[in-house]
Write a protein that binds this ligand. Structure first.
Ligand SMILES: *[C@@H]1O[C@H](CO)[C@@H](O)[C@H](O)[C@H]1NC(C)=O
Length: 112
């Protein structure tokens, strides 16, 4: 019985505890600071920007393999990103973008 329980816990899917903070004061065409809180076993992630009006989420440039242990934030460019409401950030598995570790709350990107 004990053996079966141990085996089950080994097979349980990885659960990230990463928390993506919701950006404030995001302005189209400018830079935006994205910060997070990670625990020691959180893996590297890809950072994407999503909106219900997008057909698919947008990878934020140069931030496809972020190590959440080496810093607590990065600065990304919002060049080419339209001003609108209803954006959210997603942290996804770097090699399997179908696996989402964390999402921010929704926020607005205002026009410059
Ligand atoms: C990320 O995805 C790859 C490919 O599916 C998988 O092998 C790996 O275990 C995943 N990593 C985590 C931490 O879920």
């Amino acid at each position: 019985m004990f053996f079966k329980l141990s085996l089950l816990s080994c097979l349980a899917p990885f659960v990230a505890s990463l928390i993506l903070n919701t950006p404030a004061d995001a302005v189209a065409g400018e830079s935006m600071v994205v910060s997070w809180t990670a625990s020691a076993d959180d893996p590297n992630f890809a950072l994407l920007l999503n909106n219900a009006g997008f057909s698919s989420p947008v990878s934020l440039p140069d931030d496809t393999d972020i190590d959440p242990q080496t810093s607590n934030d990065i600065t990304v460019s919002l060049a080419g990103i339209p001003a609108r409401t209803g954006y959210w950030l997603e942290a996804r598995n770097t090699s399997d973008l179908g696996i989402i570790y964390a999402e921010s709350a929704q926020f607005t990107i205002t026009s410059a």
